[in-house]
Design a protein around this ligand. Sequence first.
Ligand code: GMT
Length: 376
Amino acid sequence: MRIGISCYPTIGGSGAVATELGKALARRGHQVHFIVTDVPFRLGEFHQNIYLHEADTMTYPVLRTPPHDFTLAALMADVILQYNLEILHVHYALPFAVSAFLAREMLPGHPVRVVTTLHGTDVTVLAQDKSLYRVIQLGLTKSDVVTAVSHSLARQTHELFHIDTPIQCVHNFIDPNVFHPAATDLRECFARPGERILLHISNFRKVKRVLDLIQVFHLVNQRIPSRLLLVGEGPELSAARELVSGLGLEGRVHFLGKQDEVAELYRASDLFLLVSEKESFGLVALEAMASGLPVVGTTAGGIPEVVADGETGLLAPVGDISRLAELAMRLLTDEALHRRMGEAGRARAIQRFCLEDKVAEYERLYEQALCQGKAT
Ligand code: GMT
């Protein structure tokens, strides 16, 4: 098939999913065209069957903001036409499904089908804003196939938008050959023998509740000498630094900033923490499980679809800091439980969230979109 993919190029789960999907499709012989504003962070070196098309947005004094979404729409139309794309798979309704809609309007009669994958924020956060609600709804209703990365997100989308469009759940996935357990010397860079390492990776948005996480760590560290590795950056970073110094945790908490390659950090850690108040899936929790790491997290959104509570990790309600700390301590003090959950996490990641299976699911959806197109 000839497939276009649009996604955010910045570090994050949606970019990781879109890019890994594109690379896997290309390996399976499809022609894949990334239509983007910048090179997606996981694209890396040259790949056969992959083409990159970057939108170059003009600026002009009259325009208060650069017209990125229109430039992207025009580029989508150009690529669809030039390469006769059959599928355009966009990741996020806002702005990409809307740009895809505009692109199709520019090409009346062209049979390209649009598949939109919802990753969360446009539905769970942005659609709460009245000024964006209708435009997101337009993107959804004008797509031929809509997928969501969890059943929870699919449900929320239906409830919020009252649309008839069926929403198929295709969970996030991992490559178990990239994320796997193994001994690593990296531990010694952060912790002394006997100390435990807790890990969190996010973009430090408010929804990630990084301040709760630091409080959880503070309680754990009072009983069990530990280190906390914080990977990523974002709006809550300075508040996080302030809290760490207010609690006297400097030297115990390591701010590692944005990191592209995180597989080794999972292997070096004992526990993964994800205490978000909104989380459509939680790809990082899945990467942790695949690496043999138990997860302590909240029951928000799609997290319980990833982390089997009591089997591959332990979950508590959002904001329940003392309970989360208690769960983390239970896992860090009970070696047998820790080992059992780590092994079960790896097995669950492979059985349910394997890259090749999810790519095949997307291929089936593309076929379905093409059949629908022929029937109309
Ligand atoms: O977590 C973020 O804020 C980044 C965001 C993104 O756009 O990359 O992640 C979202 O998409 C991921 C891939 O589908 C999901 O695993 C994350 O759970 C989701 N984040 C939220 O819902 C907050």
